[in-house]
Design a binder for this molecule. Structure first.
Ligand SMILES: Cc1cc2nc3c(=O)[nH]c(=O)nc-3n(C[C@H](O)[C@H](O)[C@H](O)COP(=O)(O)O)c2cc1C
Length: 363
């Protein structure tokens, strides 16, 4: 029986247990993308986890889509994050930073730069997003990236990776899930490119592979992870064959040397996957294509996580929403203590309320 609560190692790092806090966007940065002081308290409170993955963080102002999300591309942002990683390390957890370039999932009112959001192709997403100034607004059309712009875009990820290490992070996670820029390159409805970075599966995975390889060269493969969400219908993203795309992606990545591959399980009712309603059914398909550590998130419980660890499908179990209102989640899962429900109305608000003020109930 593999216990969730036993220490383990991840790419040479010692983890105090096999529980990972998922990346959770909470919009507690200032307008310039600097995390507010109480962000440090929030993460430190949750550092009973073996590993914390930060909320999605932009690698440049151009990568921002939502209001009040943090960045890792200015000295002020790096300094604020250093305070966070110091506090998390002091409580024994390790911390990776998730890099989120939103691509077309962006609104000009949420951004500090006047340029239109960029994407693989000029395909406007259906739907609306929140802006503090004008509440819900329709997504604008993105501008398709020129081929000649791609090396500089990769350079932003590399510079951000160096900044994250300077800020004390133990590694970075490239967000290629949930319909943001890297996922937009992977999927057939958002990538209509004909320049070698689209059209075929090999073309659609190419940009993501190049980003991972460049970041791995800069900070080390063992400091580089990736998050994917095959079949998860989110942000108007549809891939004609998500498992084919993702198996090809994983085969092309240096997964044996990378820190990990992190799978966000699809919604059980996703019509894209013929998995009889079992979201965990994607894992047996993906597992042979991951030659290293595999993490999974999505409605996990302590019992389902231990089953997945035992069967060897995953090596670390990722919990998202449960961490929001249960800062001492690890202790609560271990002792069977009751779990609190989050205040949904305060998930994305600007202050400490409903964020760093959830009480610890275990000793
Ligand atoms: C408030 C909120 C914010 C989220 N922000 C992110 C994010 O920044 N990056 C990301 O990859 N996933 C994000 N997710 C998805 C979570 O990481 C996680 O995969 C999801 O909630 C499923 O896990 P769970 O059932 O344990 O909550 C977010 C989810 C929630 C509820």
């Amino acid at each position: 029986m593999t216990s969730l609560f036993e220490p383990t190692t991840l790419a040479g790092l010692t983890l105090q247990n096999r529980i990972v806090m998922a990346p959770l966007t909470r919009n507690r940065a200032d307008a310039m993308g600097v995390p507010k002081p109480f962000v440090r308290d929030y993460y430190a409170q949750r550092a009973g986890a073996g590993l914390i993955i930060s909320e999605g963080t932009q690698t440049s102002f151009a990568g921002q889509g939502y209001c009040r999300t943090p960045g890792i591309h200015t000295p002020q942002q790096i300094a604020a994050w250093k305070g966070v990683t110091d506090a998390v390390h002091a409580r024994g957890a390790k911390m990776f930073m998730q890099f989120m370039h939103c691509g077309r999932i962006a609104h000009p009112l949420n951004r500090q730069v006047p340029d239109a959001p960029v994407a693989p192709s000029a395909v406007r997403p259906a739907g609306q997003m929140w802006t503090d100034q004008q509440q819900l607004q329709a997504y604008p059309s993105p501008r398709a990236l020129e081929t000649a712009e791609l090396p500089a875009l990769i350079g932003e990820f590399v510079a951000a990776a160096r900044n994250a290490i300077a800020a004390g992070f133990d590694g970075v996670e490239l967000h290629a899930a949930n319909g943001y820029l890297l996922n937009q390159f992977l999927a057939s409805n958002t990538n209509l490119r004909t320049d070698g970075y689209g059209t075929t599966v090999a073309g659609r995975i190419r940009f993501v592979v190049e980003v991972v390889e460049a970041v791995a060269v800069a900070i080390g493969s063992g400091r580089t992870g990736i998050r994917v969400s095959p079949g998860h219908m989110f942000n108007d993203l549809v891939d004609a064959n998500p498992l084919e795309t993702h198996c090809a992606l994983l085969d092309a990545l240096p997964t044996a040397d990378m820190a990990y591959v992190h799978v966000m399980l699809p919604n059980a009712f996703s019509p894209q996957l013929n998995n009889a309603g079992d979201p965990q059914a994607v894992l047996p398909t993906l597992r042979p294509h991951v030659r290293g550590t595999l993490l999974a998130a999505g409605n996990l419980t302590a019992a389902s996580a231990e089953n997945m660890l035992d069967s060897g499908l995953i090596q670390l179990a990722v919990f998202g929403r449960l961490f929001i209102a249960n800062p001492d989640l690890v202790a609560r899962l271990k002792t069977g203590a009751p779990l609190a429900a989050p205040r949904e109305d305060l998930l994305y608000t600007a202050d400490a309320a409903g964020y760093s003020d959830y009480p610890v109930t275990t000793s």
